[in-house]
Design a protein. Structure first.
Length: 130
């Protein structure tokens, strides 16, 4: 990593998840900005440009993460986005962005199922911004 810390935006309506990710990412050497939902994230994105975003799928609306991801990619096309979701846990239905068609619609660079192990997230960060 260069001398300048990479900035990661973490967006989730689960305060415990936000806190845990902030602590772990800062300990790993990143600058972290957090938002407790997509509306707060949109406000932050007007004044900040993260190097990467880690966002929850279901927040204010069921598809808030997808919508926010599309907005981030439209504004900052080279900003990697990882969507973390508990939808498989809650519904029993797993989904992925495995096909070109799914990736074109989802726009996320990676999808991770909650509970997310930090090592798993860190691998995706390393892959996407280093």
């Amino acid at each position: 990593m260069s001398d300048e810390k990479k900035t990661i935006l973490v967006v989730d309506d689960d305060e415990d998840f936000l806190f845990q990710q902030k602590v772990q990412l800062e300990a790993a050497g990143y600058k972290v900005i957090t938002a407790p939902g997509s509306k707060a994230a949109r406000a932050l994105l007007r004044t900040s440009r993260p190097d990467m975003a880690v966002i929850d799928l279901m927040m204010e609306e069921m598809d808030a993460g997808f919508t926010l991801c599309r907005e981030i990619k439209k504004t900052y096309p080279d900003c990697p986005v990882v969507i973390c979701t508990g939808v498989a846990n809650e519904t029993g239905m797993a989904f992925d962005a495995a096909t070109d068609e799914e990736r074109a619609w989802v726009k996320a660079d990676a999808l991770l199922d909650k509970p997310v192990r930090f090592e798993q997230l860190q691998r995706e960060i390393e892959r996407l911004i280093h």
